[in-house]
Design a protein. Structure first.
Lengths: 614, 239
């Protein structure tokens, strides 16, 4: 009984910081309709800045309060700068590009933080008053946890007052409902958006600063908190502050009990609760169906099969790829093997994203499941490569169908956030389930059979499986299934009116994409000889998105062009210490300058050139 | 004797969507205290003219002077602050805000020479709304939403009111109320540009009419003259 009570209080304390982060995220989304991936980075910056301030100040409580508020204020200023420099330019862009651009910001902030504060976790030496304990019903309970428990509801109250009792709050609520109308009534949207973003950033910074005394400021806190914050915001209902508060309490308490009782499956538990809530209430606890922001959806150009010129080009590229082992050195050959894997990885994501209209932020999960399936076949079953290559797509596909069964009910940012949350959980399972996955050490010695062990044979095998797999996926998209899928993407309602089962189509596409990614993961595992949890990590999911985006979402050649160019870029440009900042800037440049990707831009240029020719 | 400058002066306005040119040189003037109705068939460019004036659609050429100040191509919030008040055809009442809050969003400082609008004056103009102050915008009728939309825009103390089809889709009784309200505004000295499909509605409130056809003004004159000119009506308005 006592233990339960203590765990409950610990959970409530954790819920408070989680709420602060989620509140900022949900407020920013409400007005700008941007899901800010870099919100976790602001939380991280809040913690680092708080460390820098607090480690220089006297250790009395009043200086602590001052330092925490200073950190929150500094983060708010950084947030305002980010809004002016980056976000303002992408408000009218499709959701996927917004998510990607803000992820580019995550990478940049990581390297900037690394550069300023270094790679070591920074913790605060806590003064006595911070370490003290209080007696609660005869139990000793950390004083600081009580402080946190109070902060959450107080901030919620202040925010509700701000939004319901001030003119600024009124304008923000009005802009959440129809921002163009607010502008036509004489309100400068830019000032409103920048101030909302600064408020959200300040809340994230406050959360980070308040979390510092119990943990440390480190370079991993951004992505771990953003996945949790996404879950909280989705469960609470996008845009609802009170919903975020309730969801943060639910998730916080759940985690506290999970860690005390069944530490291994805590994250799975969180995912199951989220699933349960969304099945009953698809828009979250207190959420409403999101009205689309007005007049922003651009019609997509139809996808056409490639013309003869492109076929010839593709054939030439394929012949060159087949002949590569005769002229390429071992290093180039291994880069090309990776490129082949990347082609299938990107093509499988493209099935969902382009024709399916479902942008996944967790596609690496299926890649990882495939890789671990191959590792399991090799190590657990002692089976040959063929078994592993067969098992991988089935395992990944089956799991994708299981998860997809409820994920594909969602659309847009909800779907993106849920896939991300699931991938994060898959990563955590791989990371924590040391007995089976080896944890961080991974599974080593996943080697191909003897006949395929030399580099050229392995390369040809990878080429055959991955390019073959990509071609099968392409075939599916020009089959009636593909047309039906695109009809569903363009208008689910109209597609259903002509008798298409939208849910089933999306579900099958999700499973197909999972199976494709699983196969690519297995090939990668045999090519590298090892499998690590990082295969499933968020950055790897983003790699896939960048490939598809780099090539162009609305072209069939896009994922192939994108995968090859990304792999080449990755092995030459994006090496070395500060690769994150380079990749981050590349992503942002892409989103701002070439939203249609390389293949998209090339195809538009081709059309223009042909249009002018007589 | 020098005439006072017109409240709104539109010269050679061009605008369109992407490649489609909708307005091909629209010109007209609106005197202070006057109600001018823009008439025309579907697709003639009435709503497009309103949107281009409001800055929601960037004009490709032309000038728009509001009380002497050039506002063509400015951002919507600047145009609103300069004194153009827009009431959209779809009303666009904020669904989750109460009627009183909807009005509050529209509030702007008083303008020299104009009696400032207050919620009390507006509830006197639209008595139906007085009892609905605390009701969310989503939970009032279409006619009441139209009244809220007009009242909300008036809270900004506009020099010129742009009304886009205020009678559309409303029951005849409510249309009568709308006519009453516009006539009341006129007595207060308001300047109104009305975009309208219905000649019957226009005839009850407007002083002058301008007819749009394929993006140009093809007829302009007093509303009584239009009512008398069966030929012009047949040429430009009948379907």
């Amino acid at each position: 009984m006592d233990l339960i009570f203590l765990q409950l209080l610990t959970g409530l304390a954790g819920a408070s910081t989680l709420f602060l982060v989620a509140a900022g995220l949900t407020v920013i989304f409400g007005v700008t309709r941007v899901v800010n991936f870099s919100h976790g980075s602001l939380y991280m910056l809040g913690a680092f800045i708080a460390w820098s301030i607090l480690s220089r100040l006297p250790r009395e409580p009043e200086y602590f309060v001052l330092g925490v508020l200073g950190a929150a204020l500094a983060t708010a200023v950084i947030g305002a700068l980010l809004e002016v420099l980056l976000l303002r330019r992408i408000y009218r862009a499709p959701e996927l590009l917004q998510l990607l651009a803000t992820f580019g910001m995550v990478l940049v902030v990581q390297d900037v933080a690394l550069w300023i504060w270094g790679p070591v976790d920074l913790s605060l030496s806590r003064p006595r008053w911070l370490r003290g304990a209080v007696e609660v019903f005869g139990l000793r309970f950390p004083f600081y946890d009580l402080v946190l428990i109070v902060v959450g509801p107080v901030v919620l109250g202040l925010l509700l007052l701000l939004f319901h009792r001030t003119r600024w709050g009124l304008l923000v609520r009005a802009a959440t409902q129809d921002r163009d109308m607010v502008a036509a009534l004489g309100v400068d949207q830019r000032v409103l958006f920048t101030s909302v973003f600064a408020l959200g950033a300040g809340l994230a910074g406050l959360g980070g600063a308040l979390a510092l005394p119990q943990g440390s400021a480190n370079l991993h806190m951004d992505l771990s908190v953003i996945a949790e914050a996404f879950v909280v915001v989705v469960v609470g209902g996008m845009g609802s502050l009170t919903g975020a508060f309730l969801a943060a309490l639910l998730i916080g308490v759940l985690q506290a009990f999970g860690i005390a009782l069944v530490p291994k499956i805590t994250l799975v538990l969180v995912f199951l609760v989220m699933a349960a809530v969304l099945v009953v209430r698809p828009h979250g606890l207190l959420g409403k169906p999101q009205a689309m922001a007005r007049g922003e959806v651009e019609a997509l150009a139809p996808i056409r099969p490639a013309g003869p010129a492109l076929h010839v080009l593709g054939l030439v590229a394929l012949v060159l790829a087949i002949l590569a082992p005769f002229f390429a050195g071992p290093y180039l050959l291994s880069v090309l093997t990776e490129a082949a894997v990347a082609v299938l990885f990107a093509a499988s994501l493209h099935v969902m994203m382009g024709p399916g209209g479902m942008a996944s932020f967790g596609h690496a999960a299926w890649f990882g499941v495939g890789a671990y399936a191959a590792a399991f076949a090799a190590k657990g079953l002692g089976a040959g490569m063929a078994a592993g290559l067969l098992l991988a797509p089935f395992a990944a596909g089956a799991l994708a169908l299981l998860v997809g069964a409820f994920v594909v009910r969602m659309s847009g940012v909800y779907l993106a956030m849920l896939t991300l949350a699931f991938a994060q959980i898959a990563w955590a399972v791989a990371f924590q389930w040391v007995e089976v996955t080896g944890g961080d050490n991974g599974v080593l010695g996943v080697w191909p059979d003897a006949w395929a062990a030399d580099k050229p044979t392995l390369y040809w095998l990878a080429l055959l499986l991955c390019v073959g797999g990509a071609l099968v996926l392409r075939r599916a998209l020009f089959a009636p299934f593909g047309f039906a899928l695109r009809a569903t993407r363009d208008s689910a309602l109209r597609a259903e009116a002509v008798g298409l089962d939208a849910y089933r189509l999306r579900w099958v596409a999700f499973g197909l994409a999972g199976a494709g990614a699983g196969l690519s993961g297995a090939v990668f595992a045999y090519a590298k000889g090892s499998v690590f949890p990082t295969y499933m990590a968020i950055p790897h999911s983003v790699d896939a998105l960048v490939m598809v985006l780099l090539g162009g979402v609305q072209t069939m050649a896009g994922p192939i062009v994108g995968a090859v160019s990304f792999t080449v870029l990755h092995s030459w440009l994006l090496m070395g210490e500060f690769w994150r900042i380079k990749l981050g800037l590349l992503i942002m440049a892409l989103v701002l300058a070439f939203p249609a990707g390389i293949a998209g831009a090339a195809s538009a240029a081709w059309e223009r050139w042909r249009g002018r020719a007589p | 004797m020098m005439l006072p400058p017109p409240a709104l002066q539109v010269e050679n306005l061009h605008a369109g969507y992407g490649g489609a040119k909708i307005l091909r040189g629209v010109s007209f003037e609106l005197a202070a205290g006057e109600v001018l109705v823009l008439l025309g068939r579907n697709g003639a460019g009435k709503s497009t003219t309103i949107k281009a004036l409001m800055g929601l659609l960037r004009p490709t050429a032309g000038r728009v002077r509001l009380a002497g100040q050039d506002i063509a191509g400015a951002e919507p919030h600047r145009i609103a602050r300069a004194g153009l008040g827009w009431v959209p055809e779809e009303r666009r009442v904020f669904p989750d805000l109460t009627v009183a809050e909807n009005l509050e969003v529209g509030r702007r400082p008083a303008r020299a020479g104009l009696a400032p609008w207050t919620p009390e004056r507006l509830f006197a103009l639209f008595p139906n709304l007085a009892g609905l102050r605390a009701r969310p915008g989503a939970r009032i009728s279409g006619g009441e939403q139209q009244m809220v939309a007009i009242a909300r825009t008036l809270m900004g103390n506009p020099r010129v009111l742009l009304l886009d089809e205020p009678g559309e889709g409303l029951a005849p009784v409510i249309v009568d109320l709308m006519v009453e309200a516009i006539l009341a505004l006129k007595r207060e000295g308001a300047t109104v540009l009305l975009a309208e499909q219905s000649l019957a509605f226009a005839a009850r409130v407007a002083d002058r009419a301008a007819i749009l056809e394929t993006g140009r003004i093809v007829w302009e004159g007093a509303i009584d003259a239009l009512l008398a000119d069966t030929g012009a009506r047949a040429r430009h308005l009948q379907v």
